[in-house]
Write a protein that binds this ligand. Sequence first.
Ligand code: ACM
Ligand code: ZN
Length: 645
Amino acid sequence: MEMVSKRTVRLICIASLGIMLLMICCANYAFAGSEILLNVIPRPVEFQKTKGSFILKSSAQIFIEAEEPLVRKVADYLSEHLAVPTGYEFKVVSSMEQAEKDSDDVIIFQRADTKDRILGDEGYRLCVNPDKITIIANRPAGFFYGVQTLLQLFPSQIESRERVSAVEWKIDCVEIVDYPRFKWRGLLLDVSRHFFTKEEVKQYIDMIVRYKFNTLQLHLTDDQGWRLEIKKYPRLTEVGAWRVLRVGHEWNRCDPPGPGEKPTYGGFYTQQDIRELVNYARERFVTIVPEIDVPGHAMAILATYPNLSCTGGPFQVNPGSAFYRKIENTLCVGNDQVFDFLDGVFSEVAELFPGQYIHMGGDEAYKGFWAKCHKCQKRKAEENLKCEDELQSYFVKRVEKIVESKGKKLIGWDEILKGGLAPNATVMSWRGIGGGIRAAKMGHKVIMSPSPYYYLDLYQGDRIAEPRAYSSSRLRECYAFNPVPKEINVDMVLGVQGNLWTETVPTLRHAQYMIWPRGFAIAETGWSAIHQKDWSEFTRRVEEHFARLDEADIKYSTSMFDVIFVPKKNSTGQLEIGLDTEIQGLDIYYSFDGSNPDQHYPKYTKPLTVPPCAIDIRVVTYRNGQCLGKQITMPLSILRKRVGI
Ligand code: ACM
Ligand code: ZN
C-alpha cells in the first residue's frame, strides 16, 4: 500500500512536471514567435503578427488626413528618410487628394477618431497590411514615434545614407499599440568640457530620436567653458568660452595654462544658433533643457567676472587640470552682484528655451572658500543659517525664485537637497537613487539618472580594453536599472536620463561609441512596459540594431561581446582566473603562451590556474564559429593587483 502510494505520488509529480514543462514551452513558443516578429527598440507595448507582408514600391504615397504643419513635417521626415536608401520619391499628399487615398501602396497618417486615451500625446497604433500602412495617433508626436517604429521594421539597409539596390523593402504585417512609460526620456550632452558644434548637436538629436528620446539636456556651462551667448554679458563668451588645448590627458591631471599661453580651444552657440537648435529639436519632438551649472563648476564665469568669487581671483578657464578643493570654482553667496548676474542670465535663457524647465546644476559645490569669506559669513549670520550646507540651500532657493520669476520651473542635481530643498524644485538623482527617494518622499518630482547605471562616460567593458574613463557601467547593469524604487510612488518619477559627460569624449564619433548600446537600454526603460524586461531578448535586438547603426555609419561599442575577468585568490594564495561574458551563448578561447587565441585554442570551461612564468592571458569570444568579442590581452600582474596578490 505504501509502495503504491509512493509510486502514485511520483507519477503525479512527473505528470505535473510534464504539464509545467509544456506550459513553459508554450510560453516560449509564443515569445519566440514575437521575437522573430519584431526587432524594435524600445520594445512596443503590444504587438501581434498578422498575415502577409507589405512591400514598399516606388509608387507609394504618404497621406496625411489633416493638413497640420507638424504632422506634415513628420510625413516629410518619413518621405525623406525612405527616399535616400530606396531611391524612390515619395509624395506627401493631404486630404485634398482624398480620392487617391484608396489606391494601393500607401502610408496613411490618421488622427484617432475620438481621443484614444490609451495613446496619450506620444502613443500610436501602427497597422501594416499587405496594401497599406496606417499610423493612428492623437498628436503629432505619436505619428513621429509611429514613424520611428515603422522605419525599424524595414530591412536594416533602410538606414543607409546611400541608395541601396537589390533590396526588397518588405515588412511582415503587424499590428502595434504603443505608448511610453515615462514622460521624461532624456539624454544629457556636456558641451562645456568639449565643445560640440551646432551641426553636431543636430546629429545628436537625429540619433537619439530614433529611439524615442524626447529630452536633451545641454550642459552649457562648467569650469571648462561657457557655451551660450548672453547679450547682457558678452564677455562670458569672449573670455569664458575659450581654454588652452590639452589632448589625451588624464582628466584633472593635465598641465594648467602656461604663462602667456593663448586659450584657443572652445566655442559657443549664438542666440540665433540656439533658436535654430530649439526649432530643430521641436520638429523632432525633443525639448532642450538648458543647464547653467551654479554655484560650483563656475570657473568659466569667474575667469570672466572674478568679482563674483569669494577671493577675487584671478582665474583662467580650466583645461582639465586639478581644481576641486584646490582652485576656487564657486560663486560667492554673500555677494548680491551674483544674484543680479544670474537674473540677467536666466532672463535670456528663459526666453531662448521654450521648455518649462531650467536646470541650475547645483552639484559638487565646494564650500571651503565660503567658510573663509567674510561676505558669505555675513550672509550666513544675517539669514540665521547654521552651516555652509544651509548657505547652499539659501542660494538654491534664491535661484529658484529668479527662475520662477521668468515663468520656468527649477531642476537641480541631488545636492540641492542639502540644507533644505527649494519649495518647488525637481530633483535629478545622480549619486545613486537616494536623493531621488528623499525628494520624492518630500513631494518633489524626480528624474532618475544614477551614475552607476546611467553615466555614459564610464567604461562599458574591462578598463584595460576601453577608452579612458574613471569607473564602469556595463550594458547589463544599465539595462537592469529600475527607476521606480519600491519606497516611492511611480507618479513622482518624471522619468529617466542618461548623461554623457565629455571630459574624455572629445569628438561626436566617440560620443556615439559611448552612447550605443547603453542608450538602447535607457530608451527601453524609459518607454517600454516594465514587465517586458528580458535581458537576452533585449540583446538579440541590440545585435539587430548594430547592423542598422553600421548602415547609418554610427559608431557603437561591442563590449557586450567581450570577456569579463573574474580573478580570485585561491586557498594557497595563488591567482585563479574565472572568465565570464555579459551575454549568453558565447564561447571563450584563451592562451597563456603569448599568441593570439582563436576557436582552435583551449575553450574556457572552468576557472584557470596560471602556468609558471606566464605574463599575460589573452582571451577572445566566438559564437557559431564567428569571432565577436575583441581580443583582450590582460597582464597577470593587473589581475593579481585586483585581488590584492
Ligand atoms: C554630476 O555628475 N556632478 C552631476
Ligand atoms: Zn563668498
